[in-house]
Ligand binder design. Structure first.
Ligand SMILES: NC(=O)C1=CN([C@@H]2O[C@H](COP(=O)(O)OP(=O)(O)OC[C@H]3O[C@@H](n4cnc5c(N)ncnc54)[C@H](O)[C@@H]3O)[C@@H](O)[C@H]2O)C=CC1
Ligand SMILES: O=C(CO)COP(=O)(O)O
Length: 354
């Protein structure tokens, strides 16, 4: 009998809990109870978030107004939450994943399987490291990924969307994840290309920051579409340079073009970058994130720093003008309007190099 624990309980973590709980209760090969680890915090009312989730069946801070399912049990103790599970769903902002994995070493079942819903990457001395690789290496488990055009609040409303499971060799494990996540309004398919799927989810956040700058500068839809097209080309080129096995077809799955579109139209990265450009870079991303997202986290601004580190270390900066412009603007080295110069000046350079 499979037992699931969700490691993370933010906006997407809570929606993942809702999806999983609705299936676990119906499927005979899964325990009904789904545990969800909560990074504990005290609410303005003085109550603990975990207690409120367990009392109301709602994550009142990160997904207010949506019932998670009575079989979801929130647990503030990470080690206890994962102890009995053989299926671990990782869904935390990527900057916390290394710390979480360190705490879990030796604390999980040896037959556990993992799946990462985390969009981002780590850059270590040895080079870039995907979050699924971090999980696999530190916890010595097989780890698939699930990425897609998945703005959490829309899935919480049960509006139809799609997602892609990326797996490495273990098709059977991937099919179990598909079974656990798939619902009539959440259509999940699997592809054997874990790196391709995860690189899509990681890199589209950078393009969404660029799209937000364009919105903040009020440059209109044609410019934004151009940024998305150029961004997609840089995503493909960077993914293939790092992982030559990445398949072209992966970019046409939900994790690729569809996630790029939805995040550039309606995501948090786009929204905060728009405000950054409107303020002409005078208010920092950290300040805007705290004010606008109320505890939710941006991934694109950290990710572009990590990716730019790889570009400089490998001598690839010239090949990625959009990523470079996003890095320089978001770190305050260039004004937001530099995205315009990038769009007009580097067009030919990109065309000839990608
Ligand atoms: N929200 C969305 O629409 C989607 C998010 N994702 C990805 O899912 C991942 C998780 O994002 P969300 O669930 O949206 O989270 P979120 O951004 O809504 O919430 C932040 C989470 O981080 C936790 N946290 C704060 N400080 C922490 C610490 N020191 N250690 C551990 N946890 C801490 C908070 O308790 C909260 O659960 C990200 O990589 C994101 O890109 C993927 C698809 C959709
Ligand atoms: O990954 C997402 C949609 O698939 C959410 O993107 P944001 O973090 O920009 O909201």
């Amino acid at each position: 009998m499979n037992k699931v624990t969700i490691v993370g309980s933010g906006n997407w973590g809570s929606v993942a809990a809702k999806l999983i709980a609705s299936n676990a209760i119906k499927l005979s090969n899964f325990h009904d109870e789904v545990r969800m680890w909560v990074f504990e915090e005290t609410l303005p009312s003085g109550e603990k978030l975990t207690d409120v989730i367990n009392k109301t069946n709602e994550n009142v801070k990160y997904l207010p107004g949506v019932k998670l399912g009575k079989n979801v049990v929130a647990d503030p103790n990470l080690e206890r939450a994962v102890k009995d599970a053989n299926m671990l769903v990782f869904v935390s902002p990527h900057q916390f994943m290394e710390g979480i994995c360190k705490r879990l070493v030796g604390k999980i079942r040896t037959d556990a399987e993992g799946i990462s819903l985390v969009k981002g990457m780590e850059v270590k001395k040895e080079g870039p490291c995907l979050i699924s690789t971090l999980i696999s290496n530190q916890l010595r488990i097989n780890c698939s990924v699930l990425m897609g055009a998945n703005i959490a609040n829309e899935i919480a409303m049960e509006n139809f969307s799609e997602a892609t499971v990326g797996y490495r060799q273990n098709k059977e494990a991937a099919e179990k994840w598909v079974q656990l996540f798939n619902t009539p309004y959440f259509n999940v398919t699997s592809v054997e290309d874990v790196e391709g799927v995860e690189m899509c989810g990681t890199l589209k956040n950078i393009v969404a920051v660029a799209a937000g700058f364009i919105d903040g500068l009020e440059m209109g839809n044609n410019t934004k579409a151009a940024i998305m097209r150029i961004g997609l080309k840089e995503m493909i080129a960077f993914s293939k340079l790092l992982f030559p096995s990445v398949k072209d077809s992966t970019f046409f799955e939900s994790c690729g073009i569809a996630d790029l579109i939805t995040t550039c139209m309606g995501g948090r990265n786009r929204k905060v970058a728009e405000a950054y450009a409107k303020n002409r870079g005078k208010r920092s991303f950290d300040e805007l994130e705290a004010e606008m997202l109320k505890g939710q986290k941006l991934q694109g601004v950290l990710t572009v720093k990590e990716v730019y580190e790889v570009l400089t270390a490998r001598g690839w900066v010239e090949m990625f003008p959009l990523i470079t412009a996003v890095y320089k603007i978001s770190s305050g080295l260039l004004p937001p309007s530099a995205i315009v110069e990038f769009s007009s000046n580097s067009h030919n350079r990109i065309q000839s190099r990608l």
